[in-house]
Design a protein around this ligand. Structure first.
Ligand SMILES: [Zn+2]
Length: 310
């Protein structure tokens, strides 16, 4: 017993026992349709166990290699994503596209660059990545500690100009467009031929979406309406299961409409904030969503502040 303990201590001190040896959560690829896959993460918080992969990712297997949507929240998270892809195909990851600047969208970029992938994003996405890099590294270290070791925050080196971009690789066409929803510069990736939308953090299902101090309900509502007009058949949301438009309408679209049309209008008409938040404190149509208790009031508060200042 003592001998085993001493050996373990030695292994830790000499660094022969790597941090990669722990943490059970391993993302599994599920086929959305054809050659399009999703990696659906757990709904809860970032943890050492899930290596910050509490979000969704996706990939498309083409004859010219794999296109990955978002790279995970750490180097170890990126390794787990790569492992999940390698169970589906032995083709290398050629492209990584970042849909946003929140930790889990891009802190794994450096890992994939090291594997010769080209990492890209719309230009304003990368600006926000650089702005939030230090803050997101600190937050991730608080959540997963030493498992952030080796993670280098590297904004997407290839930036795409304009408000949208059309990309083609191996017979696939991908259309990127800004949503500016959860973070400024957030974007979606739309695959028109497959009817698949990777929405990034514009859409949350199964759990209530979070409005952060830098999120915009106004932009989100507008982007959501534009997304619905495309009539995607499959939506890979930022968080929650792969689903159809009806589910995202009732769990995300209707909530943005509520925030803009009830809370936002009250703010514009200069009604008192507390009374407004009290009036809408209990919304049975969203109560079943995870995190409702913890987020709903703060979401309304931020929506009120956004609309009040306009
Ligand atoms: Zn997210």
């Amino acid at each position: 017993m003592l001998k085993r303990f001493v050996l373990l201590l030695l292994a830790v001190l000499t660094g022969t026992l790597t941090v990669g040896a722990r943490a059970d959560y391993q993302p599994k690829a599920e086929r959305v349709i054809d050659n399009v896959y999703a990696l659906v993460g757990p709904l809860g918080q970032r943890s050492a166990d899930n290596d910050g992969l509490n979000a969704n990712f996706g990939f498309i297997v083409t004859p010219k290699g794999v296109i990955l949507i978002d790279s995970g929240a750490s180097r170890l998270g990126a390794e787990k994503i790569a492992a999940a892809i390698s169970r589906v195909t032995d083709k290398p990851v050629r492209w990584v596209i970042n849909t946003g600047s929140q930790d889990h969208r891009w802190l794994g970029n450096d890992y994939f660059i090291g594997k010769d992938a080209e990492v890209m994003a719309l230009a304003r996405t990368t600006v926000t990545q650089a702005e939030f890099a230090a803050q997101h590294m600190d937050t991730m270290k608080r959540f997963i500690g030493e498992r952030m070791q080796g993670t280098k925050p590297l904004p997407a080196p290839k930036t795409l100009a304009g408000d949208s971009a059309i990309l083609e690789l191996g017979g696939e066409t991908l259309m990127l467009a800004y949503t500016d929803a959860h973070f400024p510069g957030d974007a979606w990736v739309w695959l028109p031929r497959h009817g698949v939308m990777f929405s990034g953090d514009l859409i949350f299902v199964d759990r209530l979406l979070g409005v952060l101090p830098w999120s915009s309900v106004k932009n989100s509502q507008k982007a959501f309406h534009a997304l619905a007009a495309l009539k995607p058949v499959y939506i890979v949301p930022g968080h929650g299961r792969v689903c159809d438009l009806a589910q995202v309408q009732s769990e995300t679209g209707d909530y943005y409409d509520f925030l803009a049309e009830k809370v936002g209008v009250a703010a514009r008409e200069m009604e008192p904030m507390d009374a407004t938040l009290d009036r809408y404190a209990d919304l049975p149509e969203f109560r079943h969503l995870e995190n409702y208790e913890g987020l709903h009031r703060a979401n309304m508060n931020r929506a009120f502040t956004e609309f009040e200042s306009q």
